[in-house]
Design a protein around this ligand. Structure first.
Ligand code: COA
Ligand code: AMP
Length: 629
């Protein structure tokens, strides 16, 4: 069957389509049906089945003949280490660690925050948590203590599992002081922590509160606890329009069924083959395609601790692909832009045998045609853009390589996957003609594996996603659909920006800037950046009485954002202005600021933290009557 037939088979009978996909999962009790309608626009999948995530990711492969197959390859150019963990070893380590958690009181439904770098123990922690029916919430290591504290207060975890440190190419990031700081700030106090000591920077442990990972690793093993299909496997926080992140919930059964389906149909890998997503477990790509998808499907996954360039050079990706015989590779366009900048003619690519590689997948931000063309020419395999969100957990639109390779249209992540009816709507909620720009919305119900609601925030879920267009889920993206049904994702319709494939809220950065004592008013916009896609740029109006050097205030604001949100915000530049451009009703004209800044930014060599460019932006605003010092 080709794509059209598969998509039509889903449209004709979604219930049968998903029940058939569910047969690939090991159930303790199979579900009686797929879709459960809860009313009010809320849906769940496979709710009355009983199942365990960890069993399907690990134990069933050990029983099914893959015990000696490598499950996880750890490749860490920043530490010079490599490790291979078979499914049998993974089972032993996960079962023991889960036993250690259970012995310390972690039970079904308890939340456990995981704050770790890219080490295999991050996956072991995730799998151990779901093994005993607890719910994990992984927090990206590039977030600062305050962001971690916000998540602690929302998820109210009984425990936090962390590492003593993470390793960035230019520095060691001690996680333990950040963790201690977060627990200090948070209202909710977890009962205990577990710390993986890293040789590069071990941490001091508080006896009785901070447990060494090694203690739990030696615990008596426990088995997999079957949970209801609609039991949450995890919560993953993502940026919304305010400083309060959205806790996306992932239910157990739909997650299993959907991700397992994508491994062959989209990524075209068979069990036993090596699949690599170069992301981080702190992001949804890391959840779905470093940890769960490949393991559900019996693949070998790679945990890569490093950067595409500089660890040690722009050939790292190709070395890993060649050395471990990666068949399907997934990364963000920004990573390719970083490599392309260092190695435009692909000299490093020529050094490696990449004959095993079948395809490259890009997501997380708009894939610019230049980058796709470069990758296609250099790698000589299909380079497939696909579009998704933390909320959906896997691709809404893709080119389903395992079904058939559809013609690639540059600038388009191709066509909707089964489960998704994607419409482009006008402001009144009516579908627009092909080629017309509108809000991208997905007809309800969303398919299995997507978010059923937000943690602790059902009203926010309804307001953010369901209110604008009755009967639809609002994606927050704007775009067009062409005559052939190909989608083009053009921009966000909210205040979310995308920095190096990382989703950030300008509202959250504004909240931090506004807390500076000399800042009277501020705005943050995303401006185009040749490497990271977008970068945040601040506009600051200082208090009337503030007799301060504006450069000093900007420097303090940059530090404040780094300390409060974290280095991942990449907030490096701000312009001090007299007034913000506003409409008569007082609404900030962000569009005006974006177009002024983008006009300048396009000329830039690499980043906007160049004083000359900031001066130009200020002058441009001045000519409109808004800029000041
Ligand atoms: N822990 C602590 N700090 C971290 C971190 C982590 N896990 N991850 C990133 N940071 C820091 C970086 O060191 C950097 O700090 P700096 O300002 O002191 O240099 C800052 O956060 C910004 O990080 P990043 O945006 O990753 O920029 P970079 O310059 O280090 O690397 C790329 C740029 C393009 C190479 C890198 O962003 C990349 O490979 N991106 C891939 C995108 C990705 O994984 N997306 C996930 C969705 S697919
Ligand atoms: P995240 O939740 O971090 O995965 O970010 C999701 C957002 O990233 C989407 O809503 C889009 O705005 C953007 N995005 C992700 N993938 C793509 C893509 N392939 N093309 C364009 N934008 C994308």
């Amino acid at each position: 069957m080709g794509y059209k037939e598969v998509y039509a088979s889903w449209q004709d009978d979604p219930e049968a389509f998903w029940m058939q996909a569910a047969e690939a999962i090991d159930w303790v009790k199979p579900p009686s049906k797929a879709l459960f309608e809860k009313g009010g626009g809320l849906y769940e999948w496979f709710s009355d089945g009983m199942v365990n995530t960890c069993w399907n990711a690990v134990d069933r492969h050990v029983e099914g003949g893959r015990a000696e197959q490598v499950a996880i390859i750890y490749d860490s150019p920043v530490t010079g280490q490599q490790q291979k963990i078979t499914y049998a070893e993974l089972q032993t380590r996960v079962a023991a660690f889960a036993g250690g958690l259970a012995a310390r009181g972690i039970e079904k439904g308890d939340r456990v925050i995981i704050y770790m770098p890219m080490v295999p123990e991050a996956l072991i922690a995730m799998l151990a948590v779901v093994r005993i029916g607890a719910i994990h919430s992984v927090v990206f290591g590039g977030f600062a203590a305050n962001e971690l504290a916000v998540r602690i207060d929302d998820a109210e975890p009984k425990a936090i599992i962390a590492a003593s440190a993470g390793l960035e190419p230019n520095r060691i990031v001690p996680y333990k002081p950040l963790l201690d700081g977060a627990i200090e700030i948070a209202r909710h106090k977890p009962a205990f922590t577990v710390i993986l000591q890293r040789d590069e920077k071990p941490a001091d442990l508080k006896p009785g509160y901070d447990h060494d990972w090694a203690e739990l690793a030696g615990a008596d093993p426990v088995g997999c606890l079957p949970v209801e299909g609609n039991h949450p496997a995890y919560i993953l926080y993502t940026s919304g329009t305010t400083g309060q992140p959205k806790g996306v919930i992932r239910h157990t059964a739909g997650h299993l069924v959907a991700l397992n389906w994508t491994m062959k149909n989209i990524y075209n890998v068979d069990p036993g083959e090596v699949f690599w997503a170069a992301s981080d477990v702190g992001w949804v790509v890391g959840h779905s395609y470093i940890c769960y998808g490949p393991l559900f499907h019996g693949n070998t996954t790679i945990v890569f601790e490093g950067k595409p360039v500089g660890t040690p050079d722009a050939g790292t990706f190709w070395r890993v692909i060649s050395e471990h015989d990666v068949k399907s590779f997934f990364t963000a366009p920004t990573a390719f832009r970083a490599v392309k900048r260092e190695d435009p003619t692909g000299e490093f690519i020529k050094k490696y045998d990449l004959s095993g590689l079948r395809a490259v997948f890009l997501a997380g931000e708009r894939a610019d045609p230049d980058t796709i063309m470069w990758a296609q020419t250099q790698l000589k395999v299909p380079v497939i853009d696909h579009w998704w969100q933390t909320e959906t957990g896997y691709a809404i639109a893709a080119n389903p390589l395992g079904i058939e390779l559809l013609p690639v249209k540059l600038g388009s992540p191709s066509v909707p996957m089964p489960g998704y009816q994607v419409d482009i709507l006008d402001e009144g909620g009516h579908p627009v003609a092909p080629g017309t720009l509108g809000a991208i919305a997905i007809k309800l119900p969303l398919p299995p594996g997507t978010l059923p609601t937000l943690w602790n925030a059902e009203e926010r879920f309804k307001k953010s996603y369901l209110a604008s267009f009755p009967g639809y889920y609002e994606t927050g993206d704007a775009g067009i659909k062409d005559e052939d049904g190909y989608l083009y994702i053009m921009a966000r319709t909210d205040d979310v920006i995308n920095v190096a494939g990382h989703r950030l809220s300008t509202g959250a950065i504004e909240e931090v800037l506004a807390s500076h004592p000399d800042v009277a008013e501020c705005a943050v916009i995303g401006v185009s950046d040749a490497l990271k896609g977008q970068l945040p740029l601040g506009f600051l109006c200082l208090n009337a009485g503030a007799d301060r050097d504006s450069k000093e205030v900007v420097a303090e604001c940059v530090k404040l954002v780094r300390d409060k949100i974290g280095p991942v915000a990449a907030f490096k530049a701000a312009v001090v202005v007299d007034r913000l451009p506003k409409t008569r009703s007082g609404k900030i004209l962000r569009g005006t600021m974006v177009s002024i800044a983008d006009g300048k930014a396009f000329k830039m060599p690499a980043t906007i933290d160049d004083p000359a460019i900031l001066d130009e932006i200020r002058e441009a605003l001045e000519s409109l009557g808004y800029a000041g010092a």
